[in-house]
Design a protein around this ligand. Structure first.
Ligand SMILES: [Zn+2]
Length: 91
């Protein structure tokens, strides 16, 4: 499983997630990464928290606050997918 990083675009301010190996030092150079919104390569690894996701532990599984994911721009179908929830909390 590869870690997921947040990247931010200096051109348009877009923040998005990129899954790549921890050994990748410069994703722009090594992977040709660019902003999915505007195509700019003036991007950097964004380490700040964009929004705090409310997470509660219920029974045997993780529950993630849907409104937090919605605010982060994730479509409902994706939010409700078990795959998404599994991916978010693995590792
Ligand atoms: Zn952009």
């Amino acid at each position: 499983v590869m870690p997921i990083y947040d990247y931010k675009c200096r051109e348009c301010g877009n923040i998005w997630e990129v899954e790549h190996s921890i050994s990748v030092d410069d994703a722009v150079e090594e992977l040709g990464l660019k902003c999915p919104e505007c195509g700019s390569q003036d991007i950097f690894k964004y380490l700040g928290k964009r929004k705090s996701l409310t997470v509660k532990f219920i029974g045997t599984g993780w529950y993630i606050n849907d409104s937090a994911l919605e605010a982060a721009g994730m479509p409902e179908a994706t939010r409700n997918s078990p795959e998404t929830k599994k991916r978010l909390f693995r590792d």
